[in-house]
Design a protein around this ligand. Structure first.
Ligand code: FES
Length: 132
């Protein structure tokens, strides 16, 4: 049912865990199945320098979140936010049709983490300007 690549990322997920003091955090759940993922990012010079995730999900959502973190690591925020669900599914050599939707929560959580970073970053800039 699953490709060898899906099984590899499901059984040996990469970048699992929390980044203490992360610059951005995104949490997204699927209301239909109850699965959810939280993605942490550390950003330097507009690039994702570190990324990790926590998940409560099905094998496909674990595999997609894992491969997504590998795809996003080191990318500029602009390139990372452009990663699509389709890119993730292709990176896993496909998913069964009934599991394609499982790639949605990881991609959405990454985008939310980037938005979270940008909002915090903007607030920090405004605070620094006021202090000058
Ligand atoms: Fe819920 Fe896969 S069944 S994300």
């Amino acid at each position: 049912m699953y490709s060898a690549r899906v099984m590899d990322h499901f059984q040996n997920p990469r970048n699992v865990g929390i980044i203490p003091g992360a610059d951005g955090i995104g949490t997204v759940g699927d209301p239909d199945c109850g699965d959810f993922v939280r993605i942490y990012i550390r950003v330097r010079a507009d690039r994702i320098r570190e990324i990790s995730f926590e998940i409560c999900g099905c094998p496909a959502s674990i595999a997609t979140a894992s491969v997504l973190t590998e795809m996003a690591a080191g990318k500029s925020l602009r390139d990372a936010v452009a990663i699509t669900e389709d890119n993730v599914v292709k990176a896993l050599s496909g998913l069964p049709e009934s599991k394609v939707h499982c790639s949605n929560i990881g991609v959405a959580a990454l985008r939310q983490a980037i938005v979270d970073y940008l909002q915090k970053h903007k607030k920090q800039k405004e605070t620094s300007k006021r202090q000058i």
